[in-house]
Design a binder for this molecule. Structure first.
Ligand SMILES: [Zn+2]
Length: 91
């Protein structure tokens, strides 16, 4: 893993480790500093965080559907999350 300087973006894998509290103190400091200054990475982090909360082990496909899934979950809480996810992505 490379966190050489401020001219690079936070990689998705690193963000995932950050949300799982697996990054070092130095990495966490760099990530948080970068997210505060970079709209692109802050947006990505927001999507990744929402995705990880809703779908835990899902991948990039879930990021695209996360917004629809969120509204679906809020609309019909009696149905299980897994069923809502499957409907949202057309499984
Ligand atoms: Zn960035």
């Amino acid at each position: 893993m490379c966190i050489a300087g401020m001219d690079m973006h936070v990689e998705v894998d690193v963000l995932a480790e950050y949300f799982d509290a697996l990054t070092s103190v130095e990495q966490t400091r760099w990530i948080e500093t970068h997210l505060a200054e970079c709209d692109a990475c802050a947006d990505l982090a927001g999507k990744l965080f929402a995705n990880s909360v809703l779908l835990d082990e899902w991948t990039a496909r879930g990021v695209k559907a996360a917004k629809d899934i969120k509204s679906a979950v809020e609309t019909e809480r009696s149905t299980t999350l897994v069923e809502r996810v499957r409907q949202a992505v057309g499984w």
